[in-house]
Design a protein around this ligand. Structure first.
Ligand SMILES: Cc1cc2nc3c(=O)[nH]c(=O)nc-3n(C[C@H](O)[C@H](O)[C@H](O)COP(=O)(O)OP(=O)(O)OC[C@H]3O[C@@H](n4cnc5c(N)ncnc54)[C@H](O)[C@@H]3O)c2cc1C
Length: 293
């Protein structure tokens, strides 16, 4: 099947890009799994005009909106991208092949996992990968922040403004002196130990350490940094920056004709308002490019 615009990613950025592209009458396909969007487990209260809304609901409405304007949605991952005569060849994980005149990368980031018992089971029930997103839900309760680098230091400092106590669990220290000192001066307690298990039945109640001790906490923030899904972009001549994100200009162009990017994949802040803003621009620009406007 031939499309004007193919969008890789069915999250906040990809669906907004689909709305923008299809409203410009570009034949648009969105590939990706909405349940794999970072938004799926989020509860958002920082989006303009909306008091508090479940990410699942935002995604469901966004999917409805995109299809109502004519975009096609397919819950399949992209496994191969290549340049082709008419633009680009796109292959999905079921082996289907598509062509696109322009492409939009909206594939988000995959947050690094700790891989300890309790992490998966209690995700969204006290386990979080985004302190700037979830800080407000942990007012006046004790929390732990896990991680050795700058992400963890920034998170530990931030959480001192919300939580009753912040344990910063780091086996070694990779954060800059400046960020480490800021977090400690704000009141975070450094715990030099290896976390082995997150405890709790319905909600997080403890973090168990390899030294046999246990911290009583209601929240565990896993801040190990994040890895971008940019390998396929490199196959098209798009060079990610050293942090693994794809830089874009004000038109969300990545610097290769016909290729655009939006959302978490373009770098911080990893937030819905930025993803949606960029999605609107990328979708409209990709449609213009495909239609030769
Ligand atoms: C627990 C949690 C809470 C959060 N809370 C907030 C909050 O309160 N406020 C806020 O502003 N932000 C919050 N965020 C961040 C917000 O969810 C993200 O910034 C936003 O979802 C980014 O949108 P995106 O479209 O770039 O990526 P995502 O929404 O993550 O979507 C990425 C999409 O790409 C797809 N994809 C990946 N690889 C492929 C592939 N190979 N082929 C096809 N598709 C692919 C995925 O399936 C997914 O559909 C939260 C995040 C988390 C994890």
């Amino acid at each position: 099947m031939n499309y004007d615009v193919v969008i890789v990613g069915m999250g906040a950025a990809g669906l907004q890009a689909a709305i923008a592209a299809s409203r410009k009458k570009a034949k648009t396909l969105v590939l990706g799994k909405h349940e794999d969007s970072a938004l799926f487990w989020a509860e958002v209260e920082n989006y303009f005009g909306v008091r508090r809304v479940e990410g699942k609901e935002m995604l469901a409405i966004g999917m409805e909106q995109a299809t109502s304007f004519g975009a096609e949605l397919m819950e399949e991952d992209v496994i191969e991208l290549a340049k082709a005569d008419a633009g680009f060849k796109v292959v999905s994980d079921s082996g289907k092949e598509f062509t696109a005149k322009s492409l939009v990368f909206a594939s988000g980031i995959s947050r690094k996992k700790l891989k300890i018992p309790g992490e998966k089971e209690l995700f969204g029930k006290g386990v979080s990968y985004c302190s700037s997103c979830d800080c407000n839900f942990y007012k006046n309760v004790p929390v732990a922040v896990i991680g050795t680098g700058s992400e963890a230091a920034i998170s530990a400092e931030l959480m001192t403004h919300y939580a009753s106590h912040v344990y910063w669990v780091a086996q070694e220290m990779e954060a800059s002196d400046n960020l480490r000192d800021k977090a400690l001066a704000a009141g975070a307690e450094l715990v030099t130990a290896e976390p082995t298990e997150i405890g709790g039945e319905e909600k997080v109640s403890s973090l168990i350490l390899a030294n046999g001790k246990s911290l009583e906490v209601n929240g565990v923030f896993i801040e190990l940094g994040a890895r971008s899904t940019t390998d396929m972009a490199m196959d098209l001549g798009v060079m990610p920056d050293p942090e693994g994100t794809i830089k874009v200009d004000r038109k969300c162009s990545v610097g290769v004709d016909g290729i655009y990017a939006c959302g978490d994949i373009t770098g911080k802040p990893w937030q819905v308002p930025k993803a949606v803003g960029e999605g609107g621009i990328a979708g409209a620009e990709a449609a213009n490019y495909a239609r030769g406007l």
